[in-house]
Ligand binder design. Structure first.
Ligand SMILES: [Zn+2]
Length: 398
């Protein structure tokens, strides 16, 4: 068994220990020590990194016999029997802030809203808290954030101590412990009692600012994203920067960004409506002009064109405009780059199956599609071959 030094002192960042065993795990050199301040991945908290005798510690795990395994980037020097361990302190302290913040938040959600913590996750950037039920909304989130930060400012002590099964009944735990025997209790003075083997700061003030970022529904629970300490400061700075950039782009004050964006969106919608109406009108004139130039084939007026400047919606409108006049067949295609769109259509009084014609022609050009006797649409044809395609269809009709 490894004596876990962080149980008594979570602020111990440098220590000496005897090497008990040299082994390997998943191809990495690994060592067991008689005692260690390295925290192994457990209880949702990530492992520490750092160095042992100057060799990088890349992972720390709990072995099957509950000892602590230190995975190394390289083997320890052969002569090393006693080694000095150094914890990557910024990383560990960040974990301590997030973890202590989680205890505080779980109690805050319970006290203010009666919501029980179902599970927690500590990520590299964001931490999450899953709360029972889907009732949590923005208002609850704001109230809990305010209350939790007040507990931070009160700078209450956080201490860990062991109790026996018998003494456990006197501790107002939020959740029953998952282990038996001596239980390690982490107490935020007169506020929260949790059974926990993790590392924590010693005063709530050290948690630093505590930000609840958002809540989302997750499998019948409410998942709260939160950050504490330096992460909360960095997050606020990043958001200030983003909002500042948006305001600069809009050439306005930060406070004006939402209302200005809403107004611009409304104006854009109005302009879209106007543009569509003008396009329709223009396509009407264009249909008349194309009809005036149409060739007479077998008693119908034939319009066979590739119109590179139209999109599929415009092409469809134009085809509809053309065949609204009796005695017309329209063989149209469009496409700016890549694959083109093809539409064959005819007036109600013309004897021709547009769908059959399309199915007969498009496969020859690598495309496909289909439709009704009076209107058919297809695609998948290379833009360079559209002129040839329309000419083939024209000759088939002739
Ligand atoms: Zn804890």
């Amino acid at each position: 068994m490894t004596t876990r030094l962080y149980y008594d002192d979570a602020y111990l960042a440098t220590f000496t220990a005897q090497v008990v065993e040299r082994t390997s795990v998943n191809g990495h050199p690994a060592v067991r020590l008689d005692r260690s301040a390295f925290y192994p991945t457990s209880g949702g908290q990530q492992h520490d990194t750092g160095a042992l005798a100057g060799v990088a510690v890349i992972d720390v795990q709990v072995a099957e016999d509950a000892s602590v395994l230190h995975l190394l980037a390289a083997p320890l020097p052969k002569e090393a029997a006693e080694v000095t361990g150094v914890i990557d302190w910024p990383r560990r302290f960040d974990h301590m802030q997030q973890h202590s913040g989680q205890h505080l938040l779980s109690q805050a959600f319970y006290r203010l809203l009666g919501l029980e913590t179902v599970s927690v996750h500590f990520g590299d950037e964001l931490c999450t808290l899953d709360l029972a039920g889907e009732s949590l909304g923005a208002q609850g989130l704001e109230a809990v954030e305010r209350h939790a930060n007040e507990i931070v400012w009160e700078d209450r002590t956080i201490r860990a101590y062991a109790v026996s099964d018998g003494e456990l009944a006197n501790i107002p735990l939020r959740r029953a412990p998952q282990v038996t025997g001596k239980i390690r209790i982490v107490e935020i003075d007169d506020y929260d009692w949790s059974a926990c083997g993790g590392t924590h700061v010693t005063r709530t003030g050290s948690i630093g600012p505590l930000s609840l970022l958002r809540v989302e529904r997750n499998k019948g629970n409410s998942r709260v994203y939160f950050v504490c300490g330096a992460r909360a400061v960095n997050d606020a700075r990043r958001r200030r920067q983003l909002l500042g950039d948006a305001a600069a782009l809009l050439d306005t004050a930060v406070e004006e960004v939402p209302s200005l964006l809403a107004a611009r969106q409304e104006r854009l919608k109005e302009q879209d409506r106007l543009l569509r109406a003008m396009q329709e009108e223009l396509l009407g004139y264009r249909a008349q002009s194309l009809l005036a130039q149409a060739e007479a084939v077998g008693g119908v007026r034939l319009v066979a064109r590739v119109l590179a400047d139209l999109d599929p919606t415009g092409l469809k409108s134009l085809a509809a405009g053309l065949v609204a006049t009796p005695g017309v067949v329209a063989l149209l295609a469009c496409g700016m780059e890549g694959k083109g769109t093809v539409i064959f259509a005819r007036s109600a009084d013309v004897e021709l199956h547009a769908g059959q014609l399309l199915r007969a022609v498009l496969p020859r050009f690598g495309g496909g599609g289909g439709g009704r006797p009076d209107f058919a649409q297809g695609g998948g044809v290379d833009v360079e071959r559209l002129v040839e395609l329309i000419e083939t269809a024209r000759q088939l009709i002739g």
